[in-house]
Write a protein that binds this ligand. Structure first.
Ligand code: G3P
Length: 214
């Protein structure tokens, strides 16, 4: 399973990267707006820091606009993946970008039929937003399970990025289902490592070590 980090904060990216288990980065306009620096500058810095795929989202909503923006973003580096919204023009653009060997991450996916359409268009990645579905009392992870079944039925190469992750259980279920990737906010990255019993256990071992005669 691959772990991406869902942030545009270079310090968070560096810290996650130092763990040695970071496979890529996903960004979006909301995440980049928090950094308060120009869009392209932020993406360039991230693409230099992490060799794995870095998702950069287009703003255009029409096919020509998406393709033109994607070509500019792709110039940032060979690891840039173009994040395209799951709308009809987005799918048309994905087909064109795929034929140009530009990788795509189809974003804002909320059901498995949308994901099927993205795979048919040749998307490299599909991003179902599980947290936002949970927020409206739908089962986000059920959508992931359906997508994996459909992709498996037809041997689609499109990889599933479990996105809009809010808690460690999203990662656990994603891993159990065999989702290819989870894109994880920094706060959740930390919480999947930490366990109070691990910390208590370390404290007790250190305390008992002191009792051993020198
Ligand atoms: O990368 C996009 C996605 O992960 C957004 O998450 O928390 O804004 O729903 P969230």
């Amino acid at each position: 399973m691959k772990f991406f980090i869902d942030t545009a904060d270079i310090n968070e990216i560096k810290k996650a990267n130092e763990l040695g288990i970071l496979d890529g980065v996903t960004t979006n306009p909301s995440l980049i707006s928090k950094v308060k620096r120009p869009y392209l500058d932020v993406l360039k810095e991230i693409a230099k820091e992490v060799p794995g795929p870095v998702s950069a989202e287009v703003i255009a909503l029409d096919c020509d606009g998406i393709v033109n923006e994607a070509k500019e973003l792709a110039k940032i580096g060979g690891n840039i993946v173009i994040k395209v919204p799951l709308v009809a023009d987005g799918l048309k653009a994905v087909k064109i970008l795929t034929s140009m060997d530009i990788k795509t991450n189809v974003t804002l996916c909320f059901n498995s039929l949308q994901a099927l359409m993205a795979a048919k268009a040749g998307a490299t990645y599909i991003s179902p937003f599980v947290g936002r579905l949970d927020d409206i009392a739908s089962e986000g992870m059920e959508v992931v399970e359906e997508i994996l079944t459909i992709y498996n039925n037809y041997d689609y190469d499109t990889e599933v990025i479990v996105a809009s992750v809010r808690n460690p259980l999203h990662i656990k279920y994603a891993a159990m289902m065999g989702a290819h990737i989870a894109t994880i906010p920094f706060s959740v990255f930390n919480s999947i490592i930490k366990h109070p019993l691990t910390d208590n256990g370390i404290a007790k071992f250190l305390e008992d070590y002191k009792k051993i005669p020198k």
